[in-house]
Write a protein that binds this ligand. Structure first.
Ligand SMILES: CC(C)(COP(=O)(O)OP(=O)(O)OC[C@H]1O[C@@H](n2cnc3c(N)ncnc32)[C@H](O)[C@@H]1OP(=O)(O)O)[C@@H](O)C(=O)NCCC(=O)NCCS
Length: 249
């Protein structure tokens, strides 16, 4: 049985996106406006998967995703190298719906300013701005990052928010970068790089020589590669199972 360490478990059970323990597994009901439920952690026990499925159906979900959820994940997706786990999930009706990578990066980056942009630690409540532009998951995660002093914003000369980046919004004891988002109109002029460098430097100041950048789409790896040394990549799969009204199995 695959068990979660106690520090991680305590974090996952906390607001603003508290998960529910089902034995040694973790369940997340769909977020508002979504019909995807999440098996945030699976111990490997078939009866716990059955219970998670029953809870998902009761919550009105039409699909169950292994890994996640955005905003309070234990793992961003199932490690593709863990062939036994992938086989166990596919044996229970899950199929691969997508893939991404978690990057391991060095935190020794030099700061680099973007013209007309001020990057600073953010103590204000900017949740609604983040939610409106990037959704609930990133708003939850950045709210938790702010609690740990790990939320930063980039603002223009008029004080308006151009983008944000965070660390310690998730798995903060492991040194975790993200999320990062730059408003579409402000992209391509160095805002994301300026934010990332400040966030990585802050992680380094807290003793993390390396950090994990989870949930990176293939087309975004180049953004990180342009500024940091990538030391490892973990290929992760999004595995999901459609739910019928007939329950489990
Ligand atoms: C990814 C994102 C944060 C980049 O922000 P940005 O302000 O546009 O990026 P910058 O202008 O600072 O670009 C920095 C460097 O990365 C490169 N870059 C930017 N976006 C890139 C991408 N998607 N793929 C590859 N390289 C990219 C730029 O060319 C630039 O390279 P250079 O220094 O050699 O000129 C922004 O596009 C965004 O918010 N996207 C949506 C949210 C998202 O995907 N977040 C990342 C989740 S892992």
């Amino acid at each position: 049985m695959a068990l979660i360490d106690a520090v991680t478990l305590a974090e996952k059970l906390r607001p603003p996106r508290a998960l529910t323990a089902v034995g040694a597994s973790l369940f997340a009901a769909p977020a508002p406006g979504s019909t995807a439920a999440w098996m945030a952690w699976w111990s490997g026990a078939a009866d716990e998967l059955a219970e998670v499925t029953a809870r998902a159906l009761a919550a009105g979900a039409t699909r169950l995703v292994a890994g996640g959820p955005p905003g309070n994940y234990v793992e961003s997706g199932v490690d593709a190298a863990d062939v036994e786990r992938v086989a166990a999930l596919t044996g229970h009706g899950f199929t691969v719906r997508g893939e991404h990578v978690d990057l391991q990066v060095r935190t020794d980056v030099a700061p680099r300013a973007a013209p007309g942009v001020t990057v600073a630690r953010c103590d204000d409540d900017v949740d609604e701005t983040i939610r409106a532009a990037f959704g609930d998951g990133w708003a939850w995660e950045s709210a938790r990052a702010r609690e740990h002093g790990g939320l930063f914003t980039a603002r223009g000369d008029d004080g308006g928010v151009l983008g944000f980046a965070a660390h310690s919004g998730n798995l903060c004891h492991r040194g975790t970068f993200g999320p990062i988002g730059v408003l579409p109109a402000a992209r391509g002029r160095g805002v994301g790089a300026a934010l990332s460098r400040v966030v990585l430097a802050d992680l380094r100041a807290r003793g993390f020589v390396e950090a994990t950048v989870p949930w990176v789409a293939a087309e975004t790896v180049g953004f990180y590669g342009s500024m940091v040394t990538i030391t490892a990549r973990t290929r992760r799969l999004t595995l999901a199972r459609a739910l019928s009204g007939t329950g489990w199995p």
